[in-house]
Design a protein around this ligand. Sequence first.
Ligand code: F6R
Length: 245
Amino acid sequence: MVKIIRVRDYDEMSRKAANIIAAQITLNPQSVLGLATGSSPVGTYKNLVAMYEAGDLDFSEVSSYNLDEYRGISRANDQSYYYFMNDNLFDHVNINKDNTHVPNGENPDADNECTTYDAAVRAIGGVDLQLLGLGRNGHIGFNEPADDFAAATHCVDLTESTIEANKRFFASADDVPRQAYTMGIGTIMSAKKILVVVSGADKAEALYNSVCGPVTPQVPGSILQFHPDVTIVADADALSKFPQE
Ligand code: F6R
């Protein structure tokens, strides 16, 4: 079931999403979080850091598994998702870094990396709360529009649209890695709860198609319609294709 929480803007989205994650950690201090990178969750992470600094949140027993990582990028590169997570969250809270996991983009053996990652997620009992952003083309993780849903963690070729969207973080489009390791749709769907943060008019079509369109691998986010517990926190611009109340 998909529940939508409508908010005014990015800041309100970030506060609401952080409150949902904080409630999860408070109710189950040993929560396994699935985490995302990109612009959408940055404000959520800022709010979580503020709650930690205020003494309201304890990450000491939390574990995390990130959705994805560019393939062939060094962990020291400030555009790696490994770097992003430390910079935006892990360096600022009391999470045990040994319990944080990001696919290793430095492992050239894709099969080995992906199989090991899925096995680790399974071994810990799966993700309790998975945070997602939504791509402009409807992708979740780096599961791009395709002819079928890929279940397990796998290596993907990034689409031109994603390279174009992500080039803002690199010196030029040529510097954007062409491949990534990503949790598969099956891995994402096996999370007990899913929280999606969506902001901005450029996401409106993808959000509408994900929630109201047919479930199709051409819109990877549409698979969320089949999950029993999805909460989408979306701002007015992202919801602009939905009927207004
Ligand atoms: C990030 C990820 C991607 C992003 C999506 C939206 O780990 O898996 O699916 O969530 O590309 O990116 P932003 O938030 O930058 O618009």
